[in-house]
Design a protein around this ligand. Structure first.
Ligand code: NCD
Length: 302
C-alpha cells in the first residue's frame, strides 16, 4: 500500500508506468473490474469539488469498490471535531481514503494518522498530484510526447495547486515552460527554483498574454477562495481572458487546457474552437484515477 500526497512522491519511471496503466484502464473502462470487489473507498471532501470527487468515485466503482462519501457540511467537523479524529474514524471504516482539504499539508498529516493509503485530492494551494497525472496523460494523448513541447501556464499561478504540481512534472518530462500571471499572482519562486535545479528545466515568466509559439496553453481560474481580499480577486478575474481574438495568434495545433471549473477566463464561445481540449482532458480523470487507486492499494503498478 502507498500514499500519493505530492507529485514529488512519484519518480519518472513510476509516473510513466501509471500513465501506461491508465491507458489500459481506459481500454477496459466499460468492462467490469473485479480487482477490488468488496473494498471500500472513503471520499473525504472538506472543500468544494465536482470533477475530482465524481471521477474518484467513478474510478473506485469501476474497480469494483464501493464508496463511503463524506458530506462536510453535515459532518461532525462542523461541531468542531479535529481532522485527526475524523481520519482515525474513517480509517477504521474504509480501505483507502481520498481527501481534499483547504489547508496546505492536511493530506500529509492525514497520511501520518491513517493506516490505509491516503490520496491527496488537493490540499489548499499546495498540491494536486492526480490532476497533474491527468494533465500529462491528456497532453501525451494529444501530442504523443511532452519533452521539447512549449507549454504556457496562464492565470493565478500563486494560489493554484494544479499549477504547482504541473510545473514540477513538466520540468521532470523536459517541456519548456512559460509562466504568464497577472502581477502579484506569480508562481512561488521556490517551486520555479526547485524545478530548474532538479531537472534543468527552462522556465520563463511574463505578465503579458501572448499565445503564439505555445504547443499547450494551460489556463486556471483566479482562486478567489484563497484571497484575503475578495474585491482584489474579482478585479483580477477579468484581466486574464483567453478571447477568440487572442487565439488568432496561436499555433494551429495548439491545445487549450484547463483543470476546470472555468469561470471568466475562457468565454463560452471558445468551447467551439478547435483548440479547446479541456472537456477531453476532464474525461481522462476516470482512467487515471483508476490507475492511482490500484497503485495505492497494491503499492506497485502492474
Ligand atoms: C482544480 C482544483 O480544485 O484545484 N479543480 C480540479 O480539481 N479539477 C482547479 C480549480 O479549482 O481551479
Amino acid at each position: 500500500m502507498t500514499d500519493v500526497i505530492s507529485i514529488r512522491d512519484l519518480d519518472k519511471p513510476t509516473i510513466e508506468k501509471l500513465l501506461e496503466s491508465a491507458e489500459k484502464m481506459e481500454k477496459n473502462l466499460f468492462t467490469s473490474h473485479e480487482m477490488f470487489r468488496g473494498k471500500v473507498a472513503a471520499t473525504l471532501f472538506f472543500e468544494a469539488s465536482t470533477r475530482t470527487h465524481l471521477s474518484f468515485q467513478t474510478a473506485a466503482q469501476r474497480l469494483g469498490m464501493s464508496i463511503v462519501p463524506y458530506y462536510h457540511n453535515a459532518s461532525s467537523s462542523t461541531k468542531g471535531e479535529s481532522l485527526r479524529d475524523t481520519i482515525r474514524i474513517v480509517d477504521g471504516y474504509a480501505d483507502i481514503l481520498v481527501m481534499r482539504h483547504p489547508q496546505e499539508g492536511a493530506a500529509r498529516y492525514a497520511a501520518e494518522q491513517a493506516q490505509h493509503p491516503v490520496v491527496n485530492a488537493g490540499d489548499g494551494g499546495n498540491q494536486h498530484p492526480t490532476q497533474t497525472l491527468i494533465d500529462l496523460y491528456a497532453i501525451l494523448k494529444a501530442k504523443g510526447k511532452i519533452k521539447g513541447l512549449n507549454v504556457q501556464l496562464v492565470g493565478d499561478l500563486k494560489h493554484a495547486r494544479a499549477m504547482r504540481s504541473l510545473l514540477y512534472a513538466l520540468g521532470m518530462f523536459g517541456a519548456t515552460v512559460k509562466l504568464a500571471a497577472p502581477v502579484g499572482l506569480e508562481m512561488d519562486p521556490a517551486i520555479i527554483k526547485e524545478t530548474e535545479e532538479k531537472f534543468g528545466a527552462k522556465i520563463t515568466q511574463t505578465a503579458d498574454l501572448d499565445l503564439s509559439g505555445s504547443d499547450v496553453v494551460y489556463v486556471c481560474r483566479i482562486q478567489k477562495e484563497r484571497f484575503a481580499d475578495p474585491y482584489a480577486a474579482s478585479k483580477l478575474a477579468a484581466s486574464f481572458r483567453i478571447s477568440p481574438e487572442l487565439l488568432k495568434n496561436a499555433k494551429s495545433d495548439m491545445i487549450l487546457m484547463h483543470p476546470l471549473p472555468k469561470i471568466d477566463e475562457i468565454p463560452p464561445e471558445v468551447d467551439n474552437s478547435p483548440h479547446a481540449y479541456y472537456f477531453q482532458q476532464a474525461r481522462c480523470g476516470v482512467p487515471v484515477r483508476m490507475a492511482v487507486l490500484a497503485y495505492c492499494m497494491k503499492g506497485k503498478v502492474d
